[in-house]
Ligand binder design. Structure first.
Ligand code: AMP
Ligand code: TRP
Length: 341
């Protein structure tokens, strides 16, 4: 075995996934899906609905099926084109499960124990968490590497998992003496809103699983509900500062400005200057108008697409066939490398 790192020389490929659990939030949109869209013009892209990740915590089966179709509809409503990008659900392509097992045997317990998402999700009940929740990042590495994907657009919270995928790829390449076989995938974390915070607490991530629906904007909320949630969003007593230094310790102000910048596609600094010296009320009014204008077409289109689930299933089947065709030759090589006869 040589200790010289041999570079991966294959083509660039993009992979990302969203879990079909609960409603999609503005965080999913700004942190992930909005940024998937321009990539489809430049790269071969696979965008997956990760139903196998979803069941690491209990999901009602009928609701899982509904949410899988809804995320697919939202992908399309946000601008993904199923003819260009490959849209599919994870459980339909068996390579994910097969490679995840191999990666369970490559990844180390110590690596998994350091994952902050596992610590957060398992909380005080580690012994009662599913084994799948612990092994979750190995499945995520399999998602990416079954296609030798090189770029992974995600929100900030997934950075640690993508880095673990790099460690798994590197250890596989080393252990089996096949340097350069797997690429070391890069997290792509860009844009104004890689971490959208809760509307009720500027120190917490906006999340599908927060018990309070007032903490998040869902891609299914109508204009009245959006207005109500933004009106009630937590603030502080001061006016808005005219420079970024003035946002120190003011998480709620920063978050609302961040959302404003991301939705209007302007740099964060411009949004800060635009509202400098103004009251929260004014920011909230303009933010409401902007959010309604940007989200309503997506919400309407998602609903329209959801009225024809047969068409969504056809898109998922077609995507799964194309994804399998990419993964199968890679899986053949992997089986040979590992020694599976
Ligand atoms: P999940 O809902 O956990 O499957 O997340 C799907 C994608 O959305 C991942 O790339 C996450 O990093 C991203 N994401 C989820 N919540 C947020 C948030 N509050 N801010 C930014 N990105 C987010
Ligand atoms: N774990 C990611 C999340 O919860 C979803 C995901 C699963 C993913 N597999 C992936 C993201 C592969 C990027 C690449 O947000």
């Amino acid at each position: 075995m040589s200790d010289v790192e041999v570079k991966y020389t294959g083509p660039e490929r993009v992979f990302s996934g969203v879990q079909p659990t609960g409603n999609l939030t503005l965080g999913n949109y700004l942190g992930a899906i909005k940024r998937f869209v321009p990539l489809q013009d430049e790269h071969e892209c696979l965008y997956c609905v990760v139903d196998m990740h979803a069941i690491t915590v209990w999901q009602d089966p009928a609701e899982l099926a509904r949410a899988t179709r809804e995320v697919t509809a939202a992908y399309i409503a946000c601008g993904l084109d199923p003819k260009r990008a490959i849209l599919f659900n994870q459980s339909k392509v068996h390579a994910h499960a097969e490679l995840a097992w191999i990666f369970n045997c490559v990844a180390r317990m110590g690596w998994m124990e350091r994952m902050t998402q596992f610590k957060e999700k398992s909380g005080k009940h580690k012994e009662r968490s599913s084994l799948g929740l612990f092994a979750y990042p190995a499945l995520m590495a399999a998602d990416i590497l079954a296609y030798k994907a090189t770029h992974v657009p995600v929100g900030e919270d997934q950075k640690q998992h993508v880095e673990l995928s790099r460690d798994i790829a590197q250890k596989f390449n080393m252990d089996y003496g096949v340097q350069g076989f797997f690429p070391l995938p890069e997290p792509v974390i860009q844009g104004a809103a890689t971490r959208v915070m809760s509307l009720r607490d500027g120190t917490k991530k906006m999340s599908k699983s927060d018990p309070s629906d007032m903490s998040r904007l869902n891609l299914t909320d109508d204009a009245d509900l959006i207005a109500k949630k933004i009106r009630k969003a937590k603030t502080d007593p001061d006016d808005l500062p005219s420079d970024e230094d003035g946002l120190e310790g003011r998480g709620e102000a920063r978050n609302l400005l961040n959302i404003y910048a991301a939705l209007s596609d302007i740099p964060f600094g411009d949004a800060v200057r635009q509202f400098g010296g103004k009251q929260f009320r004014q920011l909230k009014e303009e933010l409401t108008e902007l959010t309604v204008a940007k989200l309503t077409p997506i919400t309407d289109e998602t609903r329209r697409l959801m009225s024809d689930t047969a068409e969504i299933d056809r898109i998922l089947n077609d995507g799964a066939e194309r994804a399998s065709a990419l993964a199968e030759p890679i899986m053949k090589e992997i089986r040979r490398i590992v020694g599976f006869v």
